[in-house]
Design a protein. Structure first.
Length: 70
């Protein structure tokens, strides 16, 4: 359970960064994004990440906006 639980948390964080990078979520509402990801469920979150053709750009932009990028 430990590894799977940890991976879910990381997927949710990636989902939130993607949403921030897409302009659909503000960095100050991070907690709302995590809750949204939890409510959507693991399959939907993973699907959203996989299906985003600009995932790299959205994650990079999300990291930058959250002051987490270099």
């Amino acid at each position: 359970m430990g590894w799977a639980h940890s991976r879910r948390g990381h997927d949710r964080e990636l989902y939130v960064l993607m949403r921030i990078g897409q302009g659909n979520l503000a960095t100050k509402t991070w907690h709302r994004g995590i809750e949204e990801a939890r409510l959507l469920g693991d399959a939907a979150v993973t699907g959203a990440l996989i299906e985003d053709p600009a995932l790299h750009d959205h994650l990079s932009k999300g990291l930058y906006q959250a002051n987490l990028g270099s």
